[in-house]
Design a binder for this molecule. Structure first.
Ligand code: FMN
Length: 333
């Protein structure tokens, strides 16, 4: 069965891509993912906060003592560019991953403001990444900042990173836009070659014993995939960009549904953390068997055949689906 797909212009053997997680953090598990059939990998993110924190620490070190003696004017240290600022570890890992793997390695930058940290995109490109994923993880909590201003911030950030690199750029966003479909088009106009749908925002929780608020990371379940499924189906064939699905992709059924809706690739983190790297091959087998049973010749043939544009019932992805679901629901009580 031909499972080949194209994502961000990269030719991939199949649509399974482990997304950023601790499993893509070291070369050993990356090799295990590749051996199990992963078609590409997304590295964990280099975070805006990490870059800025380290840059400040280096500036403090550069300034320290610089006014004390003639020799020291201009600082005791060479320019920051020459320093391993901690992002250096990230670049080392990227280079090691590129060296060890034959599948494409997608690096990841994660932030929420269009600041100087975005210049690290260029450094990541120079270190050999095949593509870059920009994760815009923005919680719009400022009561003074209206929606259009928040949207502009997203677009400025994409433009900045786009200007810094020539490698393909994917943008990972959450689903909470007033007009998701319109925003998708604007992200692409601003330079995204692909969209990664959707960021899974970790919800804080309150511990009633300690009265503290914690991040309480809970892994996803397949049910969460259905939000992605809707938007995949709506956006397929409507936007000129690659589409990746992330959040709630656990089984071969999840992968197949997203492909039918129009995904170019499906990404996994929670499922691999729960079941191990070998889960990739189990999922691939299931995908292949289903396609064979349906007499498909390739994955491409199935892609998008149940997108909103191709679906016999396009309204099922919108409001009528909701009305139907509510009126049809029956309870045993
Ligand atoms: C422990 C853990 C670490 C993660 N680290 C990152 C990260 O560094 N950057 C990023 O963009 N996403 C990160 N993610 C998010 C995943 O890549 C993924 O988008 C999200 O978990 C939803 O997919 P899933 O349902 O397959 O888990 C992380 C997820 C987990 C569970």
């Amino acid at each position: 069965m031909n499972l080949a797909t194209k994502y961000l212009g990269l030719d991939l053997a199949n649509p399974i891509v482990p997304s950023s997680s601790p499993l893509t953090r070291n070369v050993e598990s990356l090799l295990a993912l590749e051996a199990a059939g992963a078609a590409a990998v997304v590295m964990p993110s280099l975070f805006e906060e990490q870059i800025e924190h380290e840059a400040m620490a280096v500036h403090a070190a550069l300034d320290y003592g610089s006014e004390i003696s003639a020799e020291s004017i201009g600082g005791y240290f060479p320019e920051m560019d020459d320093y391993n600022t901690g992002a250096g570890d990230y670049l080392d890992h990227l280079r090691a991953a590129k060296e060890a793997l034959s599948i494409p390695v997608i690096a990841s930058l994660n932030g929420d403001s269009a600041g100087g940290w975005t210049l690290y995109a260029r450094i990541i490109e120079d270190a050999g990444a095949d593509a870059l994923e920009l994760n815009i993880y923005l919680i719009a909590a400022d009561t003074e900042r209206p929606g259009p201003q928040v949207a502009d911030e997203y677009l400025r950030l994409v433009e900045r990173v786009r200007a810094a690199v020539t490698i393909p750029l994917a943008v990972k966003v959450g689903p909470y836009f007033t007009s998701m479909a319109h925003m998708a088009g604007r992200l692409i106009e601003s330079g995204a070659d692909g969209l990664v749908l959707f960021n899974r925002f970790y919800q804080p929780d309150i511990d009633l014993e300690t009265l503290t608020v914690g991040p309480n990371l809970v892994l996803s379940t397949s049910e969460e995939m259905r939000l992605v499924l809707r938007w995949m189906a709506i956006l397929h064939d409507r936007v000129d960009a690659s589409l990746a699905a992330t959040t709630g992709v656990h089984t071969s059924e999840d992968v197949l549904k997203l492909i039918l809706a129009g995904a170019d690739v499906t990404m996994m983190a929670s499922a691999l953390l729960k079941h191990g790297t070998g889960h990739v091959s189990t999922v691939l087998e299931g995908v292949e068997q289903w396609l064979e049973r349906g007499n498909y010749e390739s994955l491409d043939q199935a892609r998008g055949s149940l997108s909103q544009r191709s679906s016999p019932d396009p309204s099922a992805f919108e409001r009528s689906n909701y009305m139907h679901a509510l009126t049809e629901y029956s309870s045993k009580y």
